[in-house]
Design a protein around this ligand. Sequence first.
Ligand code: G1P
Length: 187
Amino acid sequence: MRQDEPLGLGHAVWCARELVGNEPFALLLPDVLVQSEGKGCLAQMLDVYARHGGNILAVEQVAEAELKNYGVVSIGKGDGRVFPIDGMVEKPKPGTAPSNLTILGRYILQPEIFNILSAQEAGAGGEIQITDAMLRLMQRQPFHALKYEGKSFDCGSKVGFLAANVAYALARPDLSEAFTAEIKKLL
Ligand code: G1P
């Protein structure tokens, strides 16, 4: 699908409504890469979905100063790495975030989200936000947060993109030795 106008992530997802149809679906934001040694992040989320159903978001802790760049969730009492979500806010103003747990960019969502997105209400940054639609859906359906195992790279930032290139190169047996030597020369 092509999103003809940059009206926000929620709008981009809404553009795919007919393609997805009336089924739960996974949403992966490709500017976030998740490197994991064991199961991939989405596979970990599918395990949680098999237990809890509803809607599942991968989350991670970030530094206080970074919270304003992300969707932030608040959670209730959980079990291991899985927690019920009881609130969320997109790009909170400094000092107002409900926790330090951000939405990573990996979602399992129920198709009822499309009806809510149809209202096309703009939120943070004047964009139609998936976070606002999820907050509405949360009144009717459960949402769980998974503190996934792995390491993420936000390639929407220059430093994140560069760090991802280095990390993925170092993880490749055919490149790691020669690449480590090159990096040592630069440092
Ligand atoms: C989007 C989402 C945000 C999420 C982030 C992850 O923001 O709206 O909730 O935390 O992706 O990267 P964007 O990066 O498009 O500003």
